[in-house]
Design a protein. Structure first.
Length: 207
């Protein structure tokens, strides 16, 4: 019978084409990562691949079992899928799917970094950052390129209840000010633009 250490070694050797795989304890088992991107875990000796948008169709098509953990006595299913014997017998396919999972994990990490970067700006909390991402503004560079007014218009298209304070918050984030500390002349110019734009949007609505 293969030992736990032997099982881990077999898995890392098979998935070696993905890069230098690091093994750490996680979920009562072990996580597998390349760099900082965790793409799989080993629980009770079984390999579970972390699903992403690209890999999930392949994993679901094979009807693989999901990883289930107990959280405060309640079973919680995670988006990790157990590699079955059929897939073990197809090492090239296993490596290919694992590569998709790794790329998905790397992409997720990159989005997380960008999100933290956005929230490092004044006035950008979790909710406003989420709205910006929904509007296609995914990082600080895109935010600066669009500018406060263009971003506000995109956010307003998603949520018609956003008002002048959101515009102040966006301008403050770009200028390095808390929205209440914006210079008076800046606020006045933004208020004038806002009132004209809201009036225009309302007239378009009732045409």
């Amino acid at each position: 019978m293969m030992t736990k250490k032997g099982r881990i070694e077999r898995i890392t050797q098979l998935l070696n084409p993905l890069g230098a795989i690091k093994v750490r304890t996680q979920f009562g088992g072990y996580s597998l990562s390349v760099g900082k991107a965790v793409f799989a875990v080993v629980a009770e000796g079984e390999l579970y691949l972390r699903a992403c948008e690209a890999s999930k169709p392949y994993l679901c098509e094979r009807k693989l079992q999901t990883l289930e953990l107990q959280k405060r006595g309640v079973p919680v299913r995670l988006d990790y899928y157990r590699v079955n014997e059929t897939l073990w017998r197809e090492p090239e396919q296993l490596v290919a799917i694992s590569r998709l999972c790794l790329q998905g994990a790397q992409y997720h990490n990159e989005l997380s970094k960008q999100a933290v970067g956005m929230r490092s700006l004044p006035n950008i909390g979790h909710q406003l950052e989420r709205l910006l991402r929904e509007a296609g503004i995914k990082n600080i560079s895109m935010f600066k390129a669009e500018g406060a007014k263009a971003c506000w218009l995109k956010l307003r298209a998603l949520n018609k209840h956003l008002g002048l304070n959101t515009l102040y918050a966006l301008e403050g984030a770009l200028s390095g000010f808390h929205y209440q500390a914006l210079p008076g002349e800046v606020k006045a110019e933004l208020r004038s633009w806002y009132e004209a734009k809201v009036d225009q949007l309302e007239r378009q609505r009732y045409r």
